[in-house]
Design a protein. Structure first.
Length: 277
């Protein structure tokens, strides 16, 4: 389903939600209270600005007595979108976020990847896939990276463990180009980056990625990922605890200036590997 058609389908979802809510004589705030979200969220669902999660669609069906209509429509729309079901909502939230903070222990975050690096990552995870399938995955990922090039882009701050700089994903030439691209984003002040060096030793979130997102009109959200799974968390206690661990990681990391120097040095190390091979 093309992006325009998919958006039109979500607009239909929102229009139906509004119609059936009004038929039930409920305000946005009243429906929101019954499905455990704010009335503002219901308004954003109706305008197709924000997409509900599955459990919210199911509760809407229960309250409006729509016999599973919104659950079935949600599943159809999610099935026909290009992202895994557990990640689709994260992509929507990235577009709404005012600030995105990431910690990446081993792999360059998707929003920063070059096509060549992304292709190497997908090939490693799908060794028997066709070229067409891999190229579709790369195209979808590159669509996401445009977020950081928009004039209205969110503030983006990431901490990369030095491991992510040293693993020659796709070979030294591709890795050098990837790091040079990140360095260019830093010099253009489109992103803020820090590197957690090997010398920092043990630290919070050892080996575990995390993405923290702030919004103008919604509580902050945390995303963590496992094997073929992901979790979106907005519980205030968990959010505070995760922010604290992220602050500890930033405190242990190199300054942005020293990080840029290390990224450029690592890129040069990869380039030397190309010239000597």
């Amino acid at each position: 389903m093309a992006n325009g058609s998919r958006q039109a389908a979500w607009e239909f979802f929102g229009a139906e939600l509004k119609r059936r809510r009004e038929n039930a004589a409920l305000t946005q705030a009243e429906l929101g209270a019954r499905v455990f979200v704010s009335g503002g969220y219901i308004g954003q669902f109706e305008q197709a600005i924000r997409k509900p999660q599955l459990d919210v669609a199911q509760r809407i069906d229960e309250i409006l007595q729509t016999d599973g209509f919104f659950e079935r429509l949600w599943k159809k729309l999610i099935k026909e979108q290009p992202y895994a079901a557990y990640f689709a909502h994260v992509v929507e939230l990235e577009r709404l976020a005012t600030e995105i903070y990431e910690y990446a222990p081993t792999v360059i975050p998707g929003l920063l990847q070059t096509p060549e690096y992304a292709r190497a990552v997908f090939l490693a995870g799908n060794p028997f896939a066709t070229d067409e399938y891999i190229e579709d995955l790369v195209r979808v990922r590159m669509d996401r990276t445009r977020l950081l090039k928009d004039a209205t882009r969110p503030k983006y701050w990431a901490v990369l463990h030095e491991t992510a700089l040293r693993i020659p994903v796709g070979g030294p030439a591709i890795m050098a180009h990837q790091l040079e691209y990140i360095a260019s984003l830093m010099r253009e002040r489109k992103v803020v980056m820090q590197v957690l060096p090997f010398a920092a030793g043990a630290h919070p979130r050892m080996g575990k990625m995390m993405k923290l997102m702030n919004f103008e009109d919604a509580p902050p959200t945390i995303y963590t990922e496992g094997v073929a799974s992901g979790s979106l968390l907005d519980d205030p206690t968990l959010v505070r605890r995760t922010w604290a661990s992220y602050d500890h990681i930033r405190a242990a990391a190199l300054s942005p200036e020293a990080s840029l120097a290390l990224i450029e040095s690592a890129a040069e190390d990869h380039r030397r590997c190309v010239s000597t091979s």
